[in-house]
Design a protein around this ligand. Structure first.
Ligand code: R5P
Length: 311
């Protein structure tokens, strides 16, 4: 792993250290601070000249500060003659603003991709995007790895004749079939609707057999937890025995923790793509994907294929 330097944006220190441990590297130091006038600033404390620089940025509020910090770190690395600049985004901020589906709205995910490229990245590595087509917003390599297999493996010990994978809405049916195939179990689907731009999810009916079954819902992210908790409620009403959920990204904003605590969900499995901070619940289990990111970086550095790791 010669010629690599790994840096953490603020709040991504633990995840970056976990990646470094898996790679047998040290995390290099970049001092990121804010002036009294609220302007962000950074300085690398060691040379990056001729190095393959990996900058890890996690989605910890305030998100806009995190985006700005990653941009100034990219700019500083570029001006300090890094050989390549690789942005590692375990969760892609603004990934849900990915299309112009109403008049006079932005496509922020696309705008951000252009900004990152303009400032100077050579590659982005991210994970389980809400819309994998975000890949095409970049003209540089955008490697989207997936935690799905790792999450599925956590359920492999359950007796498969009692299990059903439940798609939380029509949009997640395709992914549900993939999970169900991996677990060798059937699929059911919830007819979910969302109203306009607000975060409220309204579940209505279940298509498929969930009675007396262990239901597993997979999703790319749990944000306000409205989708999962509404779905769990309707599954319980339809006679589900036990309800588990697994999501790559625990955004867990607003009422999420309270909703999960009060919901019919027995356990929610998420990854450490976003640090939880003080958001705690006994129902939440964390699966680390830092080793998966480490393996991705190792393969990229050695020019090896990422086949089998991608979304
Ligand atoms: C959206 O369609 C995604 O796949 C998730 O279902 C959604 O982001 C979850 O949001 P919330 O937890 O706020 O219902």
């Amino acid at each position: 792993m010669e010629g690599i330097k790994l840096f953490a944006c603020p709040y991504a220190e633990k995840f970056t250290q976990d990646i470094a441990n898996s790679l047998g590297l040290q995390v290099s130091k970049c001092n990121v601070m804010k002036f009294a006038n609220d302007n962000s600033f950074c300085q690398y404390e060691e040379t990056v000249r001729g190095q393959d620089v990996y900058i890890v940025c996690q989605a910890v509020p305030n998100i806009n500060d995190r985006v700005m910090e990653s941009l100034i770190m990219i700019d500083a690395a570029k001006r300090a003659s890094a050989k390549t600049i690789n942005l590692v985004l375990p969760y892609f901020n603004y990934s849900r603003t990915d299309k112009k589906d109403q008049p006079r709205v932005p496509v922020t995910a696309s705008m951000l991709a252009r900004v990152y490229e303009t400032v100077g990245i050579d590659r982005v590595i991210t994970c389980d995007l809400h819309n994998p087509a975000i890949n095409a917003f970049f003209t540089i390599p955008c490697d989207i790895v997936s935690a799905h297999q790792q999450l599925e493996n956590c359920f492999k010990t359950l007796k498969s004749d009692k299990v059903v994978v439940v798609a939380t809405d029509a949009g997640s049916t395709k992914a549900a079939y993939k999970h169900a195939k991996a677990l060798n179990v059937p699929v059911a689907m919830i007819d979910k609707r969302r109203e306009a731009n607000d975060d409220r999810a309204i579940a209505s009916t279940v298509v498929g057999d969930v009675k007396d079954r262990i239901c597993i819902m997979f999703d790319d992210e749990v944000s306000t937890a409205g989708t999962l908790c509404e779905a769990a409620k309707i599954l319980k009403e339809q006679g589900a025995k036990t309800i588990f959920a697994a999501c790559t990204h625990g955004v867990l904003c607003g009422p999420a923790i309270e909703r999960i605590e009060q919901s019919e969900i027995k356990k929610l499995l998420i990854t450490d793509s976003i640090p939880l901070g003080d958001k705690k619940s006994d129902k939440i289990l964390i699966e680390s994907i830092a080793p998966m990111f480490a393996e991705t970086i190792r393969r990229i550095h050695n020019n090896q294929s990422l086949a089998g790791m991608l979304q």
